[in-house]
Design a protein around this ligand. Structure first.
Ligand SMILES: [Zn+2]
Ligand SMILES: [Zn+2]
Length: 130
């Protein structure tokens, strides 16, 4: 599978036993449908995050094509306060997160801001940026 933004092959990373696809070039991350749910622990924050998802038809962000079906993905606004816009396949293949967006979204959906996954992602991004 190639990166939907820069077309480089994605590498597989394991986050807490969940396999995610990562682009070493633009630092974007692809999650298959259902994987975001698995990365988050059950809490009110998690429910609030998923309930906040809103399709943004007027987004001016460049559109991204799904790396599986190559169809244009929807822009989804997540969060009530610190909004982050991610890309979601209309055919439910999964979600695309540009650099750093996955950390922001997981932080919004986690009660514990020092969650294991957040730590792993922070380490991964600082490693890749150095
Ligand atoms: Zn990329
Ligand atoms: Zn798709």
């Amino acid at each position: 599978m190639n990166c939907p933004v820069c077309n480089q092959p994605l590498i597989i990373l394991e986050l807490n036993r969940i396999e995610v696809d990562y682009c070493t070039n633009c630092h974007g991350i692809w999650l298959d449908e259902g994987e975001l749910e698995l990365l988050l622990q059950n809490s009110d924050e998690k429910n609030k995050l998923f309930n906040s998802f809103l399709i943004d038809n007027k987004s001016k962000e460049k559109s991204v094509k799904c790396p599986i079906c190559f169809k244009k993905m929807d822009k989804i606004i997540c969060g009530d306060k610190n909004k982050v816009t991610i890309d979601k396949c209309r055919r439910q293949h999964g979600l695309w997160f540009n650099k750093g967006e996955l950390i922001s979204v997981i932080e919004m959906g986690s009660l514990d801001k020092h969650d294991k996954i957040i730590k792993l992602l922070r380490e991964m991004f600082s490693y890749n940026l150095s």
